[in-house]
Design a protein around this ligand. Structure first.
Ligand code: MN
Length: 129
């Protein structure tokens, strides 16, 4: 299973890379929305973990463009964000995001949440402990 992580923060990227690799996933990386689109097109990952605030093109715009393309629209994209309020959720859904994971990520639940998204499960309720 290939997972593309789109994240401009180096520490967050390292955390995702370590967590996902330790679970046996192949991790692809992009640092901005434009690279994310390019990588989705070339690599067809099973799942995209998308930061929202990114340089050059933000995560919402990148998601919109991936979902507009018939050949990539079925790829599951989940946002990772610290700000998920009511208005944000509407913007996420409009952009075509399939769900979101709250930042800071809950490492204990991360594995289950990712597995559920890979199976195409419904948006798991974000949880904070
Ligand atoms: Mn960011």
């Amino acid at each position: 299973m290939k997972i593309l992580v789109v994240e401009d923060d180096t520490e967050n990227m390292e955390l995702f890379r370590d967590l996902l690799r330790s679970q046996g996933y192949t991790v692809l990386e992009a640092r901005n929305g434009l690279d994310a689109i390019d990588m989705v097109w070339r690599e067809r990952p099973n799942l995209v973990i998308m930061d929202i605030q990114l340089p050059f093109m933000d995560g919402l715009e990148a998601t919109r463009r991936i979902k507009e393309n018939p050949s990539t629209k079925d790829i599951t994209i989940v946002a990772v964000t610290a700000y998920a309020m009511k208005g944000d959720m509407e913007r996420f859904i409009k952009a075509g995001l399939d769900g979101y994971i709250a930042k800071p990520i809950n490492i204990k639940e991360f594995k289950t949440v990712i597995a559920r998204f890979l199976k195409g499960g419904v948006n798991p309720a974000p949880s904070r402990e």
